[in-house]
Design a protein around this ligand. Structure first.
Ligand code: CA2
Length: 148
């Protein structure tokens, strides 16, 4: 089983700015955490972060070739990007949406998630652990699909 873990704009700044909101672990620390969780579960994983909407769309499309599922935190594009929603729908891979913060308790403009409309799992406000929980969710979902 192979997963793509996709992160959107500004998440490369994790641990560098706004630690009160996003914590003190940096992007590499997030990668290390999720890589270790995937290793422990015998899952292969590819990580990609971009500040550019089209690059995220390209990465979603590329996942069709070699991935069984997608963990995605589209960051600000969550609330604006129909292109990312359409890409997730087009590839039709099992997908789980992650938000480090509890977007349900933040500004009104964060209350819509376009990408979330194409995701079967939603991990909101669980910090970085949300990524690991999303991996577990997808592992179960993908294994179910294989008849396990
Ligand atoms: O809570 C989340 O994970 C978000 O996806 C984070 C996005 C925000 O636009 C979403 O509404 C919720 C923002 C990511 C910005 O990440 C930063 C990390 C460190 C310092 C500054 C920004």
């Amino acid at each position: 089983m192979k997963l793509l873990v996709l992160n959107g704009p500004n998440l490369n700044l994790l641990g560098v700015r706004e630690p009160g909101l996003y914590g003190t672990v940096d992007y590499q620390g997030l990668v290390d955490l999720v890589q270790a969780a995937c290793d422990a579960r015998g899952i292969q994983v590819r990580f990609y972060q971009s500040n550019h909407e089209g690059d995220l769309v390209d990465a979603i499309q590329a996942a069709r070739q070699d991935c069984d599922g997608i963990v995605i935190n589209p960051a600000a594009y969550t609330h604006t990007s129909v292109a990312i929603l359409d890409a997730l729908k087009a590839v039709a891979l099992p997908a789980a949406e992650v938000h480090i913060t509890d977007v349900t308790k933040r500004e009104p403009f964060r209350q819509i998630s376009y990408a979330g409309m194409a995701c079967q799992g939603h991990f909101i406000g669980q910090g970085l652990q949300g990524y690991v929980n999303a991996v577990d969710f997808l592992m179960e979902k993908i294994n179910e699909g294989k008849g396990n």
